[in-house]
Design a protein around this ligand. Sequence first.
Ligand code: GLY
Length: 385
Amino acid sequence: MELNGKDRVWLEESLEKFLIKMEWVSEKSKNKIPSTTVNGEHDDKSIGGVSGAFGDGLNWWTNGFWGGMLWQMYHETGKERYAEIAGISEKKLDQCFMDYYGLHHDVGFMWLPTAVADYRLTGNGESKKRALHAANLLAGRFNPSGRFIRAWNDGADKDTRGWAIIDTLFNIPLLYWASEETDDPRYRQIAMLHADTVMDIFIRPDGSSNHIVEFNPENGDVVKTYGGQGYADGSSWTRGQTWALYGFVISYRHTRKKEYLDIAKRVANYFIANIPKDGLIPVDFRQPKEPYWMDDTAAAIAAGGLIELSKEEEEWDREVYFNAAIRLLKALTDHHCDFTKNSDGVLTHCSGAYHATEHHVNLIYADYFLLEALLKLKGNDYFMW
Ligand code: GLY
């Protein structure tokens, strides 16, 4: 799809501001692994080592996105400096492999935008080793009775052996990559069994998705569902909808299984039908009027998924998905972007969860997905997934 003249100007201006910001932020935060901003400064998840069963330090699930932004910059500009800085966080993550207990289902988010990107863009053999190691850890979480990849690890008072979550659909591209790289189908087979379960059990007839489904870990029966990071059980956590939307497009890309494209369209149609008038996305499409929290991460991820979906479609649908993506991105650049030096982050209205203690903050993966989507519109993104 081609942008019209006005939209092209908007894209060029937005990207220019983003690229200028990345030039100074990348140097300022070169030794950090940021996840958010505190008083305008990037925090640093690489301080203090790995942590507990759910991962909150070096094994925090978002720790690949800073590297991802740098690899997108390297791909866009060709400047070696971005590859050098990306390499710093990639190496720091090695400590997570040593202290394996903190690792989880989100290893795809951690090593696809770091080690896999490094290997594919530069041929770095050490990076390939890291990425295959991460893929084996993810494959090892597969439960054959329930045909799902287990989420999280047991907490002090929680038995999560049977838990699966929608987010994992966006981690299985690591398994597709591992099969493509090694020519061993096991990884892809596990990924597809998991994706099939998500298609059958998570996605509701209206196109919305559950966040958490608990299975009996012995026989695979569904036990119950949970609202997770959304408002409540039965609600519609928007970031979860986007992991499903974009995630199924990716699964279709790697497998060409038509049902994945069909389900991606069902989720996309549901998502588009629920976009508010102002184009800004709430944390949950079924949240109450008060408190009304927004989440820019969902808008940015959805935009990327819709752009990719538009590439797969016939003329009419193509326009619907493409135009919805532009609407989401323009709402973000018009209202929620900080390109100034007042903050190391860009997007200002992100929320980790509806019931989180903080809302409308910067989150690194929102910035990653916004950069990725703008580069997609330019026709020059590195396809990370
Ligand atoms: N993967 C966790 C989240 O989306 O918040």
